[in-house]
Write a protein that binds this ligand. Structure first.
Ligand code: SAH
Ligand code: SF4
Length: 370
């Protein structure tokens, strides 16, 4: 499922593809780098700012490329330091990008550590029963340019907030691919986008600070293990046995734990670093202590970090988060076994930060308005 816009997004071009495109027009080899410097380093917002380029070239660029293929329609800030951006694409589709700020001691909020959560699809086809992103199914994949554009939007917002140090390209510390969509179901666009984000001529952002989260597409996990760039991996486990997992995640039928766990192990061995197991705690679905014990055993076997996430309620869905006492009891089983575990007091509950919720509300609002 693809959307082909009238003009190609500039944010989807690599140095090689842009050089080839410009060579057809008789432009010298250095021109592509010059244009990408305007985009990623000097953060030009329109073609007229690119003053080192001739007017005819700028006119041709404008006809050929969309400089930034997404526009900001809403920036919903929450009291607890999370910003949720709603972006509109050329075909009116809506996607979400979240800025999560973790305040550092002794410095203001502007100097907090920032993690950016990006989307890879409009909707999602995986059908996890608890998730807002998948409720209306998959609308389409995002292009590489649309994935990169989310980060450039964040850069523009953050640049305005805090002046960048000269040496700093990106204005954030980590990227998590945990927004709307299943990233590994849009594999080629994802890798192309992250290659641009990582490249010296792009945002120059380290692959080790990028985490890709997947619901468990085994063949793609194995393919990811062979990528030259060493991205981090997080697995949305949410069930420590097939019985529990397949009730809430249909993907478990095709890739049950007997297939998933060896793939995660292969990835971890190749990369030599910890994989994260994400586990949403949903009351009376997966929060029993037997699940905690099974999860403990899996984490021990994989030398994995466990991230426990109290479920974020979704309007129209019946699932609830367990009480704090129950959450703590679950976490304690893992802590006692010295498993590296975090029980996330998730940021942004008050602005519907769980994936897909803001878009869903806006889409519903649009329908109501028609
Ligand atoms: N599709 C990928 C990445 C996007 S979802 C994946 O599933 O891993 C990012 C994370 O948010 C996943 O761990 C997902 O299970 C979790 N999530 C989805 N709905 C949620 C909710 N209502 N509350 C808390 N976490 C949720
Ligand atoms: Fe898709 Fe991830 Fe939501 Fe499952 S949890 S429906 S894979 S976005």
């Amino acid at each position: 499922m693809k959307f082909t816009p009238a003009r190609a997004p500039l944010t989807g071009e690599t140095l090689e593809t842009l050089t080839a495109r410009l060579a057809l027009r008789g432009e010298p080899a250095f021109r592509a780098k010059q244009i990408l410097d305007w985009l990623y380093k000097k953060r030009a917002r329109n073609w007229s700012e690119m003053t080192s380029l001739s007017k005819p070239l700028r006119a041709w660029l404008d006809e050929t490329f969309d400089l930034l293929p997404a526009s900001l329609v809403l920036n919903k800030q929450s009291a607890d330091v999370t910003d949720k951006l709603l972006l509109q694409l050329a075909d009116q589709a809506l996607i979400e990008t979240v800025i999560i700020r973790v305040p550092q001691e002794g410095v203001g909020l502007d100097h907090s550590r920032k993690t950016i959560c990006i989307s890879t699809q409009v909707g999602c086809a995986m059908g996890c029963v608890f998730c807002a992103s998948g409720l209306a199914g998959l609308k389409r994949d995002l292009s590489a340019g649309e994935i990169v554009a989310q980060l450039l939007h964040v850069c523009h917002l953050e640049d305005a907030r805090t002046p960048r140090a000269r040496t700093e390209l990106a204005s954030f510390d980590n990227i998590v691919v945990m927004g709307m969509g299943e990233p590994l179901a849009n594999y080629d666009a994802l890798i192309c986008a992250l290659t641009i984000v990582n490249a010296e001529w792009g945002l120059g952002f380290g692959a080790r600070r990028i985490t890709i989260s997947t619901s468990g597409l085994v063949p793609k996990i194995l393919r990811l293990a062979d990528e030259p760039l060493g991205f981090r991996l997080a697995i949305s486990l949410h069930g420590a046995t097939d019985e529990v997992r397949e009730k809430i995640m249909p993907v478990n039928k095709a890739y049950p734990l007997a297939k998933l766990i060896p793939a995660v192990k292969a990835f971890a061995e190749k990369h030599g670093r910890m994989v994260t197991l994400e586990f949403i705690l949903i009351a009376e679905v997966n929060d029993a202590l037997e699940q905690a014990e099974k999860l403990r055993d899996l984490a021990r076997d994989l030398h994995a970090h466990v991230n426990l996430i109290p479920y974020n309620t979704v309007a129209g869905l019946p699932w609830q988060r367990p009480s704090i006492t129950r959450q703590e009891r679950f976490a304690e089983v893992l802590r006692r076994a010295r498993i590296s575990v975090t029980l996330r007091r998730e940021k942004g509950h008050d602005i519907d930060a769980a994936c897909g919720q803001l878009r869903l509300q806006t889409e519903q609002g649009r329908k109501a308005a028609i």
